[in-house]
Design a protein around this ligand. Sequence first.
Ligand SMILES: [Zn+2]
Length: 107
Amino acid sequence: MAAPETPADVRRWFLAQVQALWPVAGGSVSLRKSPCVRPRCAACAAGEQHASYVLYARRRGRRVTRYVPDAIAAPLERAVQNGRTLHDLIVEAGERYLRALKAQRRG
Ligand SMILES: [Zn+2]
């Protein structure tokens, strides 16, 4: 059987993975419809409004909503995907770190 991972092994693995995950973002990118500021807009008058991307996230329990220009929506979406992968990675790192500490204790 292979030697168990040490905490240092887990750290090395984790940092290498994280390095490849930039850029990251939390939350989600969605399309929302909202009215514009123009006084007599046909689209708003017809109830169609205007579709634009927004980033929804939570920071320390507070909801964060940010306008996202169309041209930036795709790269931001990739950052959000990386953010989800990063979260999974943290969970996996925790399990491996725990296993490494247990192996260390057993000597
Ligand atoms: Zn409008």
